[in-house]
Design a protein around this ligand. Structure first.
Ligand SMILES: Cc1ncc(COP(=O)(O)O)c(C=O)c1O
Length: 390
């Protein structure tokens, strides 16, 4: 099979095929895509307008210095970095995190690893870009189940040593999409010990870290500074898509290991997309302002309380440690998604489409992922229909 043929099919393409020809039973409500529908921050328009002429300039791959400074300052405060992080050598803007999560694999994956085909470890279920990246870079993606028994986090430590010896990179999503599980300090410590023992690069996808109901999820950088103030072998990915409800702005960044960032910067300087300068100006403000993020979080908090009251203890409901997804155990996810659409017009994603089959089964099979991205009234209506239909 060619690398292209091996690529995963988008879960949304699979969902379209599943629901094709089935008319929605009521006015449709979309809860299948993780696209926040909250209002965008007020400052976006005026800053864009003030910087319009810069659409006429090619942006530098490293982005404007004030943007990198704003990012470094946000990281230092949010994650309690005692020595800070260097905006010149340890921060790089991305045109949304997806493209960065993809292209970083090309830097991390060598031709061979200890004489064997390199492996890239991926939590299962997972954000599908990770598999696309591993396959495109010529690695073998190895899917590590995250189930209720493992606290919905992958147990990388339990893997055979010969597999770890050929592992080039690990994608770790925390808080995770779809389950909303956040790794704690002890989880990160063990993962970094593994990374150091086997020289593995960790890609920590933290794009949901700012959406939480209770306390801020632990960050990878916070824990890594204990053993490596230079964040060796660690790259964290953050995005404005969820934090600031700016999915269409296409703005994020990668930060961490300076050696990796340097190789990534040079690679990107030839093949990477640059962040347009007016978008960089908006992003600088978005990373510098917490007021809109707190307002955003408050809206999600209300909707999680609503879910708790609408669904009570059904479907093994958990309010996620972070992110805005409900990961509901409905017995059979594809069947439930079909019934929900047919009987009540609510569109959700079968968990199976976010996971791979493994010898111990498909860890997403019993679940549906429900994105609480709509306004309160729409969410209320959707949860009411869901509780009635399933
Ligand atoms: C886990 C995860 N990582 C990364 C992304 C990409 O986000 P963006 O490219 O908008 O920054 C998403 C988007 O849904 C996601 O769910």
């Amino acid at each position: 099979m060619s690398r292209l043929e091996a690529q995963p099919l988008s879960p949304f393409t699979r969902l379209n095929a599943l629901l094709e020809g089935i008319a929605p039973g009521q006015a449709p409500i979309n809860m299948h895509v993780g696209e926040p529908q909250h209002p965008i921050p007020d400052f976006v328009g005026p800053i864009l307008a003030a910087n319009l002429k810069d659409f006429g300039r090619y942006p530098p791959i490293v982005g404007p210095e004030p943007l990198r400074n704003a990012i470094a300052s946000w990281l230092t405060t949010r994650f309690g970095l005692s020595s800070g992080i260097d905006p010149q050598s340890q921060v790089l803007p991305l045109v949304g995190t997806r493209e960065g999560l993809f292209s970083a694999a090309f830097v991390a994956v060598p031709e061979t690893r200890n004489g064997k085909r390199p492996a890239v470890l991926i939590p299962n279920p997972f954000y599908q870009c990770y598999a696309g990246a591993a396959l495109s870079a010529g690695a073998e993606p190895v899917y590590v189940n995250a189930t209720i028994d493992t606290g919905f986090l992958p147990d990388f430590e339990s893997l055979p040593t010969d597999l770890l010896a050929r592992t080039a990179a690990i994608y770790m999503c925390s808080p995770s999409n779809p389950e909303g599980a956040a790794a704690d300090a002890s989880y990160w410590r063990k993962l970094f010990a593994l990374a150091d023992a086997y020289n593995i690069t960790i890609f920590a996808d933290e794009c949901y870290s700012e959406i939480y109901a209770q306390s801020p999820p632990c960050g990878a950088l916070t824990i890594r500074q204990e053993t490596s103030p230079s964040f060796a072998r660690l790259l964290v990915f953050h995005s404005l898509s969820k934090r600031s409800s700016l999915a269409g702005l296409r703005s994020g960044f990668v930060a961490g290991d300076a050696g990796f960032i340097s190789r990534f910067r040079e690679f990107r300087n030839v093949i990477g997309p640059q962040l347009p300068l007016p978008i960089a100006a908006v992003s600088q403000q978005a990373w510098s302002d917490e007021t809109h993020v707190e307002a955003n979080r408050a809206l999600y908090r209300q909707k999680f309380e609503l879910a708790r009251s609408r669904l009570s203890n059904r479907f093994a409901l958990r309010v996620p440690d972070g992110g805005f997804f409900l990961w509901l155990d409905v017995g059979n996810g594809t069947d439930a998604a079909m019934r929900l659409w047919r009987d009540s017009g609510v569109k959700v994603l079968p968990g199976e489409y976010l996971a791979r089959d493994t010898p111990s089964g498909n860890p997403g099979k019993c679940y549906i992922r429900v994105a609480l991205i709509n306004d309160f009234a729409t969410t209320d209506e959707a949860l009411h229909r869901l509780a009635k239909t399933l």
